[in-house]
Design a binder for this molecule. Structure first.
Ligand code: ADP
Ligand code: TZP
Length: 270
């Protein structure tokens, strides 16, 4: 199936199958991740406690690990959930938020990537680059350095990390090492709302429950970027607060046909 047809089918499948998505994420964006998952039509569960985390993963159709507010006490839960996901063949998505800022966070992410086969790793350009190169202390926060990475670099990082890589930024890229897509929807005001990257990770987990990793990653980024464009029009002259609220409304209404018609998705030959 062609990619545009596949993302439309995935949009429809999430709405009709309503998969349970286990999301391990921090307090800054947990509420937004849960609500964007609901808006898409899936069902979020955010349980993190070590005594129950594995049991919740086992019941779920996908697992998201987001490192945004990583705490030493969370690491055991993340590893237990990831182990169950791999054992049970449940799609496993990593959002390496802030990787590259400190040695501890970067090492924690590298340990996860080495221990478990992730289905998708989704991050901004800075995070994915630091993870692939195993670099830390390179940049200062959770927002991207805003450099658009060349498609060939993204393809190499997918090969190096052994998974489907989704890189967000002014131009988004997705690659599984064999096929690479350049995605050109978006709205710069999305960078003025914290959590748009984290919500994209939640969308990737929801889509990965119903389709292939490559399609799920393209669908997630196109959903968020297109929602940004449409919400920006809806919020007209208003600022990030209205855009934030409008994002949930637009994702809730977004149809398979909207994705097929308005998604700016280009296959890159390398
Ligand atoms: N300069 C930009 N212009 C248009 N869209 C953008 C721009 N920067 C980021 N986006 C969009 O914002 C969303 C979140 O990406 P990004 O800001 O890179 O994530 P993060 O919040 O993790 O840093 C993506 O859908 C991306 O396409
Ligand atoms: C501000 C902040 N600080 C730690 S995690 C976080 C949220 C980051 O969200 P996103 O990666 O989606 O911008």
């Amino acid at each position: 199936m062609e990619i545009v047809a596949a993302i439309g089918a995935a949009r429809h499948a999430v709405r009709t199958r309503r998969p349970l998505i286990h999301e391990l994420t921090g307090s800054v964006t947990a509420n937004d991740c849960a609500n964007i998952t609901l808006a898409l039509g899936a069902s979020p569960v955010m349980a993190q406690a070590l005594p129950e985390v594995g049991e919740v993963t086992k019941k779920s159709s996908a697992l998201l690990i987001n490192l945004g507010m990583l705490q030493p006490t969370m690491l055991a839960s993340l590893h237990r959930a990831a182990r169950v996901a791999v054992q049970e063949g449940i799609p496993l998505v990593l959002d390496p938020v802030g990787v590259g800022t400190t040695a501890w966070r970067t090492q924690a992410a590298i340990a996860l990537v080495k221990a478990y086969k992730f289905t998708i790793i989704k991050g901004n350009g800075s995070e994915i680059q630091c993870l692939a190169r195993e670099e830390s202390g390179v940049y200062g926060g959770v927002d991207s350095l805003r450099k658009v990475l060349p498609a060939r670099d993204v393809q190499h990082m997918a090969v190096k990390l052994g998974t489907t890589v989704a890189v967000t930024g002014a131009i988004d890229m997705v690659s599984d090492g064999k096929q690479t897509y350049m995605l050109q929807n978006g709205c710069s005001m999305l960078t003025r709302i914290t959590g748009t990257g984290c919500m994209t990770g939640a969308l990737a987990a929801a889509y990965s429950a119903v389709t292939t990793p490559l399609t799920a990653a393209v669908a997630a980024i196109t959903t968020m970027s297109l929602a940004g464009e449409k919400a920006r029009k809806q919020a007209a002259q208003a600022g990030p607060g209205s855009l934030h609220a409008a994002l949930f409304d637009v994702v809730y209404r977004l149809t398979a046909e909207d994705l097929r018609r308005d998604g700016k998705i280009r296959s890159v030959s390398l």
